[in-house]
Design a protein around this ligand. Structure first.
Ligand SMILES: [Ca+2]
Ligand SMILES: [Ca+2]
Ligand SMILES: [Ca+2]
Length: 1021
């Protein structure tokens, strides 16, 4: 498929010629063109169903699609079909602030010896090909989250192979979508004219204690068990038996303390190490501490840019351990210290993105007597591209490590890997020997932790007739329970074998339901690219960003291992998890926001934004909206009843910030840009007004009429006062004294998030907060002033703090000042582009019918996350897999015009694109299914088919695309007509089931609407 970036740039070039005069109205220092250079092909590409994107060649390098369960760690299906990242051991790698992460082509790490090979019998010999780009010329990746498929072909090779990988993902079934398990299905097809004899071989090294193996003492055990046609490798590790008579510790042998003027007999290459050891912190560096004496290795020489190595003279290993102080970057193999024996790296360690040096050590008992060298490496120039090292010595008694038994380590646990159908041990042994492969195939292998050993499973032999195929199943399960808060999965399973048993017992259901959701979601009239983009961010739940604790609480960082505490203001943007797995979102409300023991709720109604005591104005108001959303996506009112007193208190806290109840919050407002707004503005203000409306609705449900009235009155005042004081003519501005508050303000600027609360209000059916025409005009200004088809020119004038879009790419700036001087000290992150804000704004535009603009913004994101640039499944902000991106689901709701109130049994649809032929999946509190709308001449047919669970229905709202009023509306479920009343309210067709309708899995409700003169009437069966 042609990359649309080119179409856009061509269109833009033409438009620039035509639109010279428009830009003269805006201030100097604003370089976003009002005319976006739309071309016909560009607009068409936004709506065309298109083809499913399939990636090949270099595009495969960046792809890493999460394929583990929600909150179970992070494991990627890479573009070539290998498994990468392997962060299932309760520790994750943080990229820090995100600076330098976006614009570097990153490839997922593959730290583990794992693979799948195809055996083909030719000339009475077995020929082995490994699934990957080395043995297959034509490799193609197709990701339909949650399922990834990789195909392999090789000219002249008679077999075609397809690998399908996923972890069960079933909306409304959080537990089965949070299994520490990955399923791999390998289908081998005989594409030749001859009979082919084939087998599958797969191998996996023992991963238990993957990270601590170099420091700790103990043993690993790999067992192979065969039960029926299932073969399983079971991996574990255990501490050595206690030493009866420990040998006395010998004195330490110092290898280097870096106290000299130069490096003495150590040899350096490159620039990073300079002429000699550093004396502490270097210019421009955060304080370095923890080293001994005055000198240390510190490669932040002229910053992170320089690279180099420093290598020690040869020495003989004479103690059980080598210990050292280490700090600096966490780049595996790039900012590290290594132990070399005969030129090979046998041990390695890197920093943890912290300047402070900490003790670490390697267990080298098995290497005593060997000649070795230490090598310190700086092969990284981006963020944290340096290493700090000091005081390297040999020792018998380390200052660190072996203080706890293995069984308590973060990466201790169990893991199983199964193959179905599996061959016997004897057969496996014989064939592996013939292939000269060293893998363990015995029923039990025990070896020291410091060794790496790999076990293999061989499939039964398969004879494939021409055109026939066979599927093999590989199943990976794990159980690493030592997370500080425990894992939800560990409350259900004792070890990896129990996870495996659960998966195998429920195999058909787990696979069928996952595929059913995938098929339903993708069987839509919406464009493939858009479906891909919207659903890709759901994978964030299955990364190091998200955790599901043993006590049932869903908890999250903002990005992987970055910014803790399910931050209220970042998660303000996230919708996908709450619509697909509402129980997870409800747990955040009940166990965090409204919990004063373990969460952030305080008696004055303050909801600490990271479960703490800190106030964030946007997060506080968003908490009310989330509470209302969680109520709407419930089956009944019990959630609201349980939490109402605290929801009300939290809203009263906001009303207290307002003070005079004029509907404007004027005081200091900390917010998601990590700054404080001083004075009224509509970013916080629209969230506040939406929260008041939500409060009014919840109060009505709870029968609290006085409070409902209070909310309504403050809301009405706020709406009016906003228009009087904050309407700038084209968009909403901030009232602020810039003399008094020169830093971090919006002032006359155009903030992309200025209508954040209005987008929320549409999602919750709360209506308009401000006059509709002003809302649309403000959105149009955001489009005109903040969305650049090429961020280059504006960023050339105003460089971003961190880069999330590069010149040539489209993006929506956080804030611009088209009508006044650019506030260089204004809103932090103003010149940056965040996908979560882009989705928030795009979703809102689509609600308002601005679909060309909304879809263009989303398409801009999609192009930035094309695999030729970045991993499509990893939207970066402050950290990988940043949670704000879960805002994408708001776009999906807007495209359907989806309205839902579970406890009331109300559901509504108003498709915003192709309303004459529309089809999409929808989810509710208890069921999910397909909605379709089709018109032919004067007939409109709507269908709701339930594919999972059930749906309680009292009111159904539709739009009539064949003109109103309709003459006749008929309803049926299957063959049976249903009785209902219908009415036309505000151009919407309301269908009321007086007794309610319970739609069950497999049932379809069909609505036929015929056009003619309108009369209010009951439908006769
Ligand atoms: Ca020193
Ligand atoms: Ca460097
Ligand atoms: Ca006020």
């Amino acid at each position: 498929m042609e990359r649309l970036r080119h179409i856009l740039i061509l269109g833009l070039a033409m438009a620039t010629l035509l639109s010279g005069s428009a830009s003269s109205l805006v201030s100097q220092g604003h370089s976003v063109p009002a005319d976006k250079g739309w071309s016909e092909p560009w607009i068409q590409s936004l709506y065309a169903r298109g083809e499913k994107e399939v990636f090949r060649g270099r595009d495969l390098d960046t792809i890493g699609m999460p394929v583990c369960g929600i909150g179970t760690g992070q494991l990627y299906l890479c573009g070539d079909g290998s498994l990468g990242c392997w962060e299932i051991f309760n520790s994750h790698f943080s990229i820090g602030t995100g600076a330098g992460a976006y614009d570097q082509l990153r490839t997922p790490s593959r730290p583990v010896d794992h693979g799948i090979g195809i055996l083909l019998k030719t000339d009475n010999r077995w020929d082995l090909r490994t699934l990957g780009t080395k043995d297959f010329e034509n490799v193609a990746f197709c990701g339909e989250y949650p399922i990834g498929t990789v195909t392999y072909e090789q000219p002249g090779y008679p077999l075609k192979v397809a690998l399908e990988a996923f972890s069960p993902f079933i909306p409304l079934n959080a537990q089965d979508s949070a299994l520490p398990a990955t399923l791999l299905h390998v289908t081998i097809r005989n594409d030749s004219q001859n009979l082919q004899e084939t087998r599958l071989l797969t191998w996996l090294e023992n991963l238990v204690c993957l990270h601590s193996a170099q420091q700790e003492e103990g043993f690993r055990r790999s067992e192979i068990r065969r039960k029926g046609h299932i073969g399983t490798i079971a991996q574990s590790a255990f501490s050595p038996p206690p030493d009866d008579e420990p040998e006395p510790a010998r004195p330490n042998l110092l290898l280097a303390d870096f106290e000299g003027e130069d490096y003495g007999d150590w040899t350096s290459t490159g620039e990073a190490f300079g002429k000699g050891p550093a004396q502490g912190t270097l210019p421009g560096q955060q304080p370095v501490s923890g080293f001994l004496g005055k000198g240390l290795i510190n490669t932040f020489l002229q910053g992170d840019e320089p690279q180099g190595t420093l290598i020690s003279p040869v020495f003989v290993i004479q103690r059980k351990r080598i210990q050292f102080l280490i700090g600096g970057g966490a780049h595996q193999d790039q900012t590290c210290i290594q132990l070399l024996v005969k030129g090979h790296v046998v041990r390695t360690a890197h920093g943890e993105n912290a300047e402070r040096l900490k003790w670490s050590s390697w267990n080298v008992e098995s290497l005593v007597g060997q000649e070795a060298q230490i090598r310190i490496v700086d092969h990284h120039s981006g963020g944290w591209g340096h290493i700090n090292v000091d005081h390297i010595e040999q020792t018998d008694l380390p200052r660190h490590g072996s203080v706890v038994s293995l069984e308590h380590l973060l990466d201790h646990g169990t893991l199983t890997y199964s193959l179905i159908p599996c061959a016997s041990e004897a057969e496996t042994q014989q064939i592996l020997e013939g292939l000269n492969l060293p893998h363990d195939v015995e029923d039990e292998t025990v070896f020291p932790l410091t060794e790496r050993r790999t076990s293999a499973l061989l499939s039964q032999r398969v004879l494939l007739q021409p055109g026939k195929q066979q599927t093999f199943t590989c199943l990976l399960t794990w159980h690493f329970p030592n997370h500080v808060h425990g894992h939800e999965y560990a409350s259900r399973f004792q070890d990896a074998k129990e996870v495996r048993d659960h998966v195998t017992r429920n195999y058909s259901r787990l696979v069928t339901d996952t595929r059913k959701w995938r098929d339903l979601y993708y069987d839509s009239t919406l464009p493939y690219w858009l479906l891909d983009r919207i659903h890709s961010t759901m994978s964030t739940l299955s990364t190091g960003t998200a955790q599901w604790w043993k006590n049932g609480r869903f908890w999250a960082f903002e990005g992987v291992a970055c910014c803790a505490g399910t931050c209220t203001h970042v998660w303000n943007y996230a919708h996908g998890h709450a619509r697909l797995f509402p129980e997870l979102a409800r747990s955040v409300r009940e166990m965090q926001d409204f919990d004063s023991e373990q969460g952030g709720f305080h008696q004055n109604g303050l909801v600490g934004f990271r479960s703490d005591r800190a106030y964030a104005a946007d997060g506080q108001n968003g908490t009310i909206l989330k509470a209302y959303r969680e109520h709407l996506v419930s089956r009944d009112t019990s959630f609201l009843e349980r939490n109402w007193p605290r929801i009300k208190k939290a809203l009263l806290f906001s009303i207290q910030q307002d003070g005079n109840r004029d509907g404007l919050i004027e005081n200091s407002q900390h917010n998601t840009y990590d700054i404080n707004f001083e004075g009224p503005n509509t970013m916080v203000g629209s969230l506040y007004l939406a929260a008041l409306r939500a409060g009014e609705e919840m109060a009505k449900v709870m029968g609290d009429k006085p409070f409902a009235r209070t909310c309504r009155e403050i809301f009405a005042a706020g709406s009016k006062n906003t228009m009087e004081r904050l309407w700038g003519g084209e968009y909403f501005i901030q009232e602020v004294d810039l003399e008094k508050y020169p830093k971090h303000q919006v002032g006359q600027g155009c903030l992309s998030d200025q209508l954040f609360g209005q987008g929320w209000a549409h999602q919750l059916g709360l209506g308009y907060l401000y006059p509709r025409e002003s809302v649309i005009q403000a959105l149009d200004s955001i489009w005109r002033y903040n969305w650049a088809p090429d961020v280059g020119p504006h960023n050339a004038l105003h460089p971003p703090l961190r880069v999330f879009a590069v010149p040539g790419e489209a993006g929506l700036f956080t804030c611009t000042w088209p009508k006044s001087r650019h506030l260089d000290q204004g809103v932090m992150y103003k010149n940056e582009v965040w996908t979560g804000i882009e989705y928030q704004v795009a979703g809102h535009m689509i609600w308002e019918g601005m679909t060309d603009q909304g879809l263009s913004i989303v398409k801009g994101v999609h192009e930035r996350y094309h695999p030729s640039v970045n991993n499509p499944y990893n939207e970066i902000e402050c950290g990988d897999h940043y949670a704000r991106g879960l805002a994408s689901w708001g776009i999906y709701l807007a495209l359907m015009g989806f309205e839902y109130d579970g406890p009331r049994g109300e559901i509504g649809f108003a498709p915003k694109v192709t309303p004459h032929a529309f089809r999409a999946a929808f989810t509710t509190a208890q069921g999910w299914g397909r909605f379709t709308q089709q018109t032919v001449d004067n007939l409109q047919i709507n269908e709701m088919s339930l594919e999972h669970g059930e749906l309680w229905l009292k009111i159904l709202r539709l739009t009539s695309e064949i003109g109103t009023p309709p003459e006749e509306v008929t309803l049926r479920v299957g063959r049976f007509k249903k009785r209902a009343n219908w009415d036309l309210k505000q151009d919407r067709l309301w269908i009321d089931f007086p007794k309610g309708l319970r739609l069950k899995k497999g049932q379809t409700l069909t609505v036929q609407i015929r056009n003619s003169p309108w009369k209010d009437r009951a439908i006769s069966p």
